[in-house]
Ligand binder design. Structure first.
Ligand code: MN
Length: 205
């Protein structure tokens, strides 16, 4: 993979649970490419945070790129889709927001992007159910069709800001139900017709 772009506030119900303004559009941030961890991994519990959150997301993997890609051509750039989790140090994110500081330490930390295998795909993007469980208990359960920016919109918007290339990954935002994770937790996620992802959190390293 080349780099990881992420969409923030792309589901209305999640935007509300984060205290967002209904008129504000989604936006982008980024994680380093080496934050990806494969499904089945045992991840070290991240340092510093006392409020690590899960955010299950559809991940788009690009097979080609470009600049200023029209939304009606955007799906031709897609190689496939995967299940990902945008792990978030929510306490550090809240502090950064309050101070108007960057989000890197809350979003772009080591092993912050566990991700399942990429399923090759052509045509209309997946629209089905997206769900996450912690130790078997349901936490997030929603539909991809509730995204504010659709996959073609996201690719078109991103390509105005960056020259996209093959190997770029885009985390497309999380639905409502984000919440805390603790050392020892087992996380499992599914996206209908795309696949699944499971990982566990070790005790603090
Ligand atoms: Mn997210």
């Amino acid at each position: 993979m080349r780099r990881i772009l992420c969409v923030g506030r792309n589901y209305a119900a999640h935007r509300r649970e984060m205290g967002g303004d209904d008129r504000e559009p989604p936006f982008f941030f980024a994680k380093p490419a080496d934050a990806v961890r494969a499904a089945g991994s045992r991840l070290p519990f991240p340092s510093v945070t006392t409020n690590l959150h899960h955010e299950v997301e559809l991940v788009v993997a690009l097979g080609s790129g470009g600049v200023d890609i029209p939304a009606d051509e955007a799906l031709t750039r897609v190689f496939g889709y995967a299940v990902g989790v945008d792990l978030t140090r929510r306490d550090l994110q809240s502090a950064a927001k309050e101070k108007g500081q960057p989000w890197e330490s809350s979003k772009a930390f080591d092993a912050s992007a566990p991700m399942g295998p990429i399923r090759p795909w052509s045509g209309a993007p997946p629209q089905g159910r997206i769900a996450l469980r912690v130790n078997g208990a349901p936490r997030q359960d929603a539909y991809l069709s509730d995204m504010i920016w659709s996959v073609p919109d996201i690719i078109a918007q991103a390509s105005r800001l960056w020259a996209l290339e093959a190997g770029d990954l885009i985390f497309t935002g999380t639905p409502e139900g984000v919440g805390p994770l603790n050392p020892g937790d087992e996380v499992s996620c599914d996206i209908q017709s795309v696949g699944s992802l499971a990982f566990s959190l070790d005790s603090r390293s």
